[in-house]
Write a protein that binds this ligand. Structure first.
Ligand SMILES: *Cc1c(COP(=O)(O)O)cnc(C)c1O
Length: 431
């Protein structure tokens, strides 16, 4: 039988760099042939060979309702009939903004954009414009999109400024980006002691989903908040992945439960708020957001921002996930996956640790949950690759790299979870 995935991948490689439009899709980390998706429904998708998979990527998070949710489909089709794009405001943009603010009260205003990268880049510009400062802190292993100033890895010493992680990013552009170890309070305190008065913001993934799944500890987050407040720097939560994914109130609601009165100064959103369409956002207090054009001096714009079809998709998705019982059910389903995998690994004697929140999970072939990027990267990568391909051959599709999180949707059934755990159990025995 010819493998149509391979045929398509070869053809794609002739006209698209690496055959893909976003690098991780190319399976470079795990080897093998990427699956070309033909169609998807609920918790499943079918590849170019007609092979069915249980999908734990869900477009890297957005498909929290599963694929082809009837209410979302209807809203998108209806919106499309009324026009694709106007370059003029629409009522639905207000509705989506109001819906977002209702659930994430740290924000009083929000600006809609088209990608998480755009939202993160714009939030950083606004933080710099609002504070009149240039330097900022980010953490190793956190991804904030591919804007120049954010593609940075740690420099050689503690609290030194970073080096570009991509060719084409001039060192000058990342000169003001300080890269620290995640969950390291000492490094954070040292950085503030040295640069506190010059820091525009601390940008963080509160529950990091781009180094698999790593939570900022409560003491670490408490210190982030205290030091930012003390030094007049803004605490910027990049919740592009965690927003409306780990809880209706996003990751900040999880920290607000543990830290009385806690809230970030600014929030960056994407993924779920678009429900699978190109839509993202950033927001914060009125005072900060008013500094954006046209009311303020910080420029930001977008031809397709607040796109009417994308807002229909996002708004309907948010209304569905705000319904009573949604989060209890989703959290229970995700927890049962994590428990099942943990049990199967233990039965096979495979070192394993896992964590989850709401509809997002991560697991490691490590005996204990790692607290930072360096620890995540000590995972046994040949073993992970074997696990990945074993699952794939068994019809279970997880992220093709050990530093990515996983996602459960409302369409995943207990039977899907049981089948996943069964397949994983078989593969664990071979590791
Ligand atoms: C996905 C992601 C981004 C980038 O969003 P794009 O829409 O891919 O540009 C930024 N930050 C975080 C935390 C993300 O997970």
């Amino acid at each position: 039988m010819t493998d149509r995935n391979q045929t398509l991948f070869d053809r794609a490689a002739q006209v698209i760099p690496g055959g893909v439009n976003s690098p991780v899709r190319a399976f470079r980390a795990v080897g093998g042939t990427p699956r070309f998706v033909q169609r998807a429904q609920g918790a499943y998708f079918w590849d170019a060979n007609g092979q069915k998979y249980i999908d734990y990527i869900g477009s890297w998070g957005p498909m929290i309702l599963g694929h082809g949710h009837p209410a979302v489909l209807e809203a998108v089709q209806k919106a499309a009939l009324d026009g694709f794009s106007f370059g003029a405001p629409t009522e639905r943009e207000i509705e989506l903004a109001e819906e977002i603010l209702k659930h994430v009260p740290s924000m009083e205003m929000v600006r809609l954009v088209s990608s998480g990268t755009e939202a993160g880049m714009s939030a950083l510009r606004l933080a710099r414009g609002a504070t009149g400062r240039n330097k900022f802190i980010k953490f190793e292993g956190c991804y904030h999109g591919h804007a120049d100033a954010l593609l940075v890895k740690a420099g050689s010493g503690l609290a030194t400024f970073g080096n570009p992680t991509s060719a084409g990013v001039p060192p000058e552009v990342v000169r003001d980006t300080l890269v620290l170890e995640y969950n390291n309070i000492t490094a954070l305190e040292e950085a503030f002691a040295l640069h506190g008065k010059e820091l525009a913001c601390v940008m963080i993934e509160p529950i990091a989903g781009n180094m698999n799944f790593v939570r900022a500890s409560v003491p670490f987050m408490t210190r982030c908040r205290e030091l930012c407040t003390e030094h007049g720097a803004l605490l910027v939560f990049d919740e592009v992945m965690s927003g409306f994914r780990v809880a209706l109130g996003s990751a900040q609601s999880v920290y607000a439960k543990a830290i009385p009165g806690f809230k970030p100064d600014m929030t960056v959103l994407g993924k779920v708020i678009g429900g699978g369409m190109p839509l993202a956002a950033f927001g914060g207090p009125r005072e900060i957001m008013s500094k954006l054009a046209p009311t303020g001096p910080v420029y930001q714009a977008g031809t397709l921002s607040g796109n009417p079809v994308a807002t229909a998709c996002g708004l309907t998705t948010l209304r569905e996930i705000a319904k009573p019982g949604f989060w209890d059910a989703l959290s229970a389903r995700t927890q049962s996956l994590v428990d099942g995998l943990t049990g199967a690994a233990a039965a096979a004697g495979v070192p394993f640790s896992a964590d989850c929140q709401g509809g997002m999970f991560g697991f490691f072939l490590l005996p204990e949950l790692p607290q930072n990027y360096a620890k995540v990267m000590t995972s046994d990568s040949p073993k992970f690759n074997k696990l990945f391909h074993g699952l794939l051959d068994g019809g279970v599709y997880i992220a093709p790299a050990l530093y990515e999180a996983g996602f459960v949707s409302a369409a995943h059934t207990e039977a899907d979870i049981a089948e996943t755990v069964r397949v994983a159990g078989e593969v664990f025995k071979t590791l």
